[in-house]
Write a protein that binds this ligand. Structure first.
Ligand code: FE2
Length: 361
């Protein structure tokens, strides 16, 4: 028996007087407290959700429940993969949301950062964020920054589906925080901006002239600049991946991997709590490594497997899977595959606590 496996009582016996004194004053000896720490939340396990099962679930929910019948404050029709207490991990929430033709998911806002990654969309499926209608075309990634009004309006004749990714479990469960949330007085927020407005603020151009007081106008306010409302069109991202693949060497662990940048800073992470990357795997199996962050993956296209701790997660298009912290893993695409990688790495980096390492085979 190692020392760690011994019962604390066997190590040090307190007198009953001392024990009573401690209990009466809400004090405990460190060696007992330390022994219990780190066990409130279960360890994450590698897991996968197959698209055919998700599809059956979202179809069933859509058939049973109109959005209008959902209780106020929760008017989102979403199937949520569960692998931790209330989400896929203790930091990242991912869900698959549907809006039927003619439906609106009503306007609200909240403290959690959110994004949409379109699975099945069209030009006429719009997420309205901060006054602008953003079209949700396939594989587009659209931010919903903290405390910005957002509603989802389906003016097309097909059901739309997309991924929601939020940092909800970090705030609600891990930090035991309360969620600041507000419904808009209108079902649909007023559209106050023309399409492309937010891109004009945070896209390729920035104001060139100085204000009369010498300050540069626009979004130059330091590295804590909040993430703006923004749509990353998929065509540009895919073109960049293929340009890299045609000219550069892949990362040994992640293939050709491009992180979405915060448009206000030009640097990742996209959110202070979550980073997102598009990964092209076309060069055989990647080399195994591990890191102490949690990774959630969505398969944009292709088939293959990700080997996690000796377990093969076999994936195809639109499957969702999770790689726990510290788990050795590598990807093995059948041919060419593109993944959306989602990670809570920025949280660990903010505490100088991020670590990763290659594994020698
Ligand atoms: Fe929301």
């Amino acid at each position: 028996m190692t020392q760690k496996e011994q019962e604390p009582e066997e190590l040090l016996e307190l007198s009953s007087d001392t024990r009573d004194l401690l209990e009466q004053n809400n004090l405990r000896p460190l060696w007992e407290v330390e022994d219990e720490m780190g066990n409130l939340l279960d360890d994450l396990e590698p897991d996968i959700w197959k698209w055919e099962d998700i599809q059956a679930a979202i179809d069933g929910i859509e058939a049973d429940v109109p959005i209008a019948d959902l209780p106020p404050g929760f008017q989102r029709r979403v199937a949520v993969p569960i692998n931790a207490e209330h989400a896929i991990s203790n930091t990242i929430y991912i869900g698959v949301q549907t809006v039927s033709p003619g439906e609106t998911a009503p306007a609200h806002r909240h403290a959690a950062s959110a994004l949409r990654f379109t699975i099945d969309g069209t030009e006429d499926m719009k997420t309205v964020v901060a006054g602008e209608e953003f079209p949700m075309k396939d594989n587009d990634l659209i931010t919903t920054p903290q405390w910005e009004w957002h509603d989802h309006v389906n003016d097309s004749d097909e059901t739309a589906a997309w991924l929601d990714v939020l940092d909800l479990p970090l705030f609600l469960d891990t930090l035991n925080n309360s969620h600041i949330f507000e419904n808009h007085e209108l079902e649909r927020q007023p559209v106050t901006k023309t399409q492309g407005y937010w891109d004009s603020q945070y896209g390729h151009g920035r104001p060139a002239s100085e204000e009369s007081d010498g300050t540069i106008p626009g979004p130059f306010e330091g590295n804590k600049e909040p993430t703006p409302p923004y749509r990353f069109g998929w065509d540009d991202m895919l073109e960049s991946l293929h340009q890299r693949a045609d000219n550069d060497d892949p990362d040994p662990h992640d293939g050709y991997s491009l992180a979405y940048v915060n448009p206000a800073t030009g640097e990742p992470p996209l959110f202070p709590t979550m980073s997102f990357r598009a990964q092209l795997l076309n060069d055989g199996p990647t080399d195994p490594h591990f890191q102490n962050s949690t990774e959630v993956y969505f398969v944009i296209e292709g088939e293959g497997a990700t080997h996690v701790d000796g377990e093969a997660l076999e994936w195809g298009q639109w499957d969702i899977f999770v790689v726990p912290p510290d788990a050795p893993h590598h990807h093995e695409p059948d041919d060419e595959a593109v993944l959306l990688g989602i990670t809570d790495e920025p949280i660990l980096r903010s505490m100088n606590f991020y670590a990763e390492a290659a594994i020698d085979e």
